[in-house]
Structure formats: structure tokens, C-alpha cells
Design a protein around this ligand. Sequence first.
Ligand SMILES: *[C@@H]1O[C@H](CO)[C@@H](O)[C@H](O)[C@H]1NC(C)=O
Ligand SMILES: *[C@@H]1O[C@H](CO)[C@@H](O)[C@H](O)[C@H]1NC(C)=O
Ligand SMILES: *[C@@H]1O[C@H](CO)[C@@H](O)[C@H](O)[C@H]1NC(C)=O
Length: 472
Amino acid sequence: MAVLSTLAPKDLLVLASCALTLCVLAYRAWSQRRLLRARAGTPPNVLPAAKVNEKDREPGEWTPVAFDYPRLEPHKEHFSNVKPIPYRPFKWGDYHVTMGIRGMAWDEWIELDREFPLMHKVADYRIRTRGDRLLSVHPAQPGVVDSGHAAAEELMYELSEYLSRRHPDVYKVTRRAVSKNREENGWYGEGKIKTITIIPFNETYDLEKEEPLKVSRMLMQEDFTIMLEGSDGRYYLQAGAVVIAGSWRLEDKMGMPLEEIHTSGNVPQYQSKLQMSMERYFRRLPLDKPIVRNNYAVQLVQEPEMRSPAPAPGSLLDVDPDELAWAATMNGSEDTNDFERAKHINDQVDNATTSVTDAQNDKGYPASRTTTPATPRTVRLRTERQTLRRLPRTGAIVFTIRVYQTPFEELLREPGVPGRMASAIRSWPEDVARYKARDAYEGILPLLDQCHAEQVAKGLVSEEDKKSTFPF
Ligand SMILES: *[C@@H]1O[C@H](CO)[C@@H](O)[C@H](O)[C@H]1NC(C)=O
Ligand SMILES: *[C@@H]1O[C@H](CO)[C@@H](O)[C@H](O)[C@H]1NC(C)=O
Ligand SMILES: *[C@@H]1O[C@H](CO)[C@@H](O)[C@H](O)[C@H]1NC(C)=O
């Protein structure tokens, strides 16, 4: 106080505003922590006894580890009452390529929400009509890496254990008798799971008879790949079930090491910014530290009434009009090879007068993106929630991908989102913009600006929001 009395009024003002800033910062940190805690649910349980020293093993070698998944709390809500998580993982200001990873709470490995029935229907359709190309186990590459077979089987059992404990109101299992051999049992020494039923769908899978990749994929909303470490220390895609990737095909990536998956997909700045840290991360990923990250893309789709001719009943576009499975409006046919596709898109761009009908190919896909106008109904935000977890018996890394798609007409109403989205889209450097096909939907930017201005006028966003470091 004595100090205060010696200060001039001007200094007092400065001091007061500093104090206020501190309060604001403290409040922001507090509410951010609260949000994170709310998302993280219950804190992870005590870590298991078995710890593996990752540095002690030779590349490609793995000794099966006895690992108990931390005990799970059953989810409080039935999935039909759970809204999809509204990830908005983009930031104001400059563009930075980062891995953007955070620790995953054990309770949140696989999330179920009210879109499960619809996504299940799409996955079922895809597997029935195209399964041999969307689900596969890659054979061993002799001297380099094992086949993904054992890991695919391990994953199926892990998922069945996890899901039936996390959602006992959705999944029901039958088990074999407890074996004396610990390795033959399920989690916590219970008998090995024999069958699993998705109760609301009245669907039962026999784990001893059915294709593991198919069972795993049908049990959840996620796509996944299984990566195995090779004797050269690289991680190879040796199995996967990728049925709603939208713009890439599992068959093009099968058997590839991590860096080739990205460079063959022309992921901008992968080699310069990501490759080293990504590879290190995979090699060192501990058994007891699963991780999660998000990313996003913008997708253009046709409105159902614009489709001419209308999709045939029972066709993919009839089952999946939102183009979750395959981004037909942006990428054309799923079966066109890359060279044909690139040529086709270039032709379309050169010839903006081509009508939608002219541009349709034999599958009824609209091939031209230039003729699909970018409107709040045709532009979608496509976000992904991805997790990485190492499996204890095979040492394989499972990469899961949950896709969420939101029309821009919904985003426009979310406070702070239109301005942040416009800022993010504008921040992409040329290579990223090309990769994300910005030219197809940049027509939406003025509308985002307008909504942002309206939100500012209504006091829904402030300059403070632009400094927010909580991007989800
Ligand atoms: C569930 O499926 C089984 C076998 O597929 C069938 O016998 C049974 O009637 C079905 N139950 C319901 C409630 O649909
Ligand atoms: C689909 O389109 C996106 C955006 O233009 C592009 O990055 C991707 O490579 C395309 N996928 C295929 C398989 O052509
Ligand atoms: C471009 O448009 C012209 C005039 O309509 C047409 O003759 C030509 O075939 C089109 N080219 C392509 C590649 O669609």
C-alpha cells in the first residue's frame, strides 16, 4: 500500500490494467483447463505395472507384454443421446504445420455418438460392395516386416474388450472358460471373448470365425490402419479397414512405409516439417501413452436436388449423399487412376462452361468441381479425430480415424467460427492451398467475412478471441 501511495495516477492506471490483464489471463487458463478436463472425462486410472523400455529393443523386434488396460468407467449416456463432438481445429493467424498431438484419456479410445446407425449403414454398404479393396492385410515383406495378420486379430479382441466394458448397454459378449495360460485370456484374466453383439442392431460377430478387420470396422464408427515396425526401424502399413476415407484409397498405400504414404499423397511440407518428428514419435510411442490429434479439410458436395440424373436407389450416393465415403464432387470417380483424374480435373478447370451433365461419367459421379457452386449447403467442414495406440502383444500401432462432416450453414451460426475459419483458409501457403483444393470453395470466403462482421457487431466475438490458444 505504501508503494501505491507514491505512484502517480497514470501509473495506478497502468497497474490496474496490468492486474485486469492478469485476471483475464488467469480466467482463460482456468476455463481452458476446465474445458480440457470436461473433454478428458475421468482422469486415467493408475498405470499398469508393465513398463517397456522402448530404447532397449532392436528395430522391428517386439516381446509380447502383459499389459492391463486401465479400468474403464461405463459411459453414462447411450450413444443415441450423444452429439458428435464439434471439433473446430483451426486457428487465427499464421499457418504452421504441426503434429498437434495430445495425450488420450483411456476412456476415450473409441467414441460412439448418435451418428453410429447411419455410419454403420454406410460402412456395411461399402464392405458389401467393395470390401476386398477397402479392407486388407498386407503379406509379410521378407526380412523387413511381418504381415499385419496377428495385429489385426489382436485389435479385434482389444476393441471387443474395450467397447463391451465402456458401453455395456450397447455391446454384449460371450466368453470362453478361463484358461490356465494367461496369454489365452481376455482382459483382467477373464475368459477370451467368443462372440460380440451390437445390441441395438441385433448383429452378432463370432470372433473365432469372422474376418477380424471386418468385425473391428463394423463395431465402431472409425476407420483404422495398422502400422508395423520393420527391421529398418520404419513403420509399414500392413493392415487396415478404410471405408470412408473420402479422398485417398487404402489400396494405393498398402505396404508402404510412413513417409511414402505421405509423399505419395503429396502432403505439403511433410519432408521438411513433419517426417522426422513423426517417425521418432512412432518408434517411441509407449504402450501406456496413447495419443489423439485432429485435423480438418473442406469438402464440396452436390445438393441432392442438383444431382442429375438422381442417384439410383441402392447406389453409393443414395446411401451416402453427403459423400462421407468418397468425395465424388471433388475427386470424381473412385476408380479413375490418378493420371486420368488429374487430366480430367485440369480439363474441367480449362473449360468452365461444361455443364454438370456433360461432365458426368459412367458411374453417375459429378466430375466437375467448377460447376458446383460454393454455398453454405454445398461446402462442408470435414474434421477427423485420430488416435494412436500401441498393442501389447504384437507391438503394432493402431491408427484410428473418425470422420465428422458439418455443413457450413451450421458453422456460420457458431460464435467465432466463421471469422476463424476464413482466417485459417486464407493463411494456407500456396502448396497447402493447392493440396486442399481451395479454388473449389474459396467463393465462400466473403460470406464468412460477412457473418464474422455481424458476430462482431452483436458482441459475439471479441479481439481477445483471436489470441485464444484453444483451437477446438
Ligand atoms: C435378431 O437376429 C436373430 C438372428 O439373426 C433373429 O432370430 C431375431 O429374431 C432377431 N431379433 C430381433 C428382435 O430382431
Ligand atoms: C482428392 O482431392 C483432393 C483435393 O483436391 C486431393 O488432395 C486428393 O489427392 C484427391 N484424391 C485422389 C485419390 O485423387
Ligand atoms: C469445352 O467446351 C467446348 C465448347 O462447349 C467443347 O466443344 C469442348 O469439348 C469442351 N472441352 C472439354 C474438355 O470438355
